[in-house]
Ligand binder design. Structure first.
Ligand SMILES: [Cu+2]
Length: 152
């Protein structure tokens, strides 16, 4: 009896930790996963954040703005090759196609955090608010990741 209970507790614990390793947030038709933010080096006032946004709905949605209480501004950026130069461009919105997904990752679309008021350290959880045209406001906790050696 006790042993059975213990097994059950262990099982629940195991499924909880599995969930946190693959944190997903559901908001309307959208499913948001792998929220990651880069840790900052001393004196660095900006960072970038990444995530995957999946749209299970039959209509497109748009990410229109992002806010973080400890940053002056969070912009939606796109990285693109212009000839042989890598260029970064601010976007007014990012479309999430119907029955499709958009991955924000290093070297592609990303969230650019500007004017950070405090460093982002390993182990921090950074909570940002994403504003979608249809799905509305969604709070997401980003896990920090050191990506030393990777170019913005
Ligand atoms: Cu950028």
């Amino acid at each position: 009896m006790v042993r059975q209970l213990l097994v059950r507790i262990l099982f629940v614990f195991a499924s909880c930790s599995a969930l946190s390793a693959y944190a997903q947030t559901q908001a309307g038709n959208l499913q948001i996963s792998q929220p990651t933010v880069r840790t900052t080096s001393p004196g660095q006032m900006m960072s970038s954040a990444y995530l995957v946004i999946e749209n299970k709905g039959a209509t497109p949605d748009r990410l229109v703005s992002v806010s973080y209480s400890r940053a002056k501004e969070v912009q939606i950026h796109e990285m693109k090759m212009d000839g042989d130069k890598m260029m970064m461009r601010q976007m007014t919105a990012l479309e999430i196609p119907a029955n499709g997904s958009v991955e924000l990752k290093s070297g592609g679309y990303h969230l650019m955090m500007l004017g950070l008021q405090e460093p982002i350290k390993e182990g921090d959880s950074v909570k940002m608010t994403l504003q979608f045209e249809k799905a509305g406001k969604v709070d997401i906790s980003f896990q920090t990741k050191s990506m030393a050696g990777m170019k913005h």
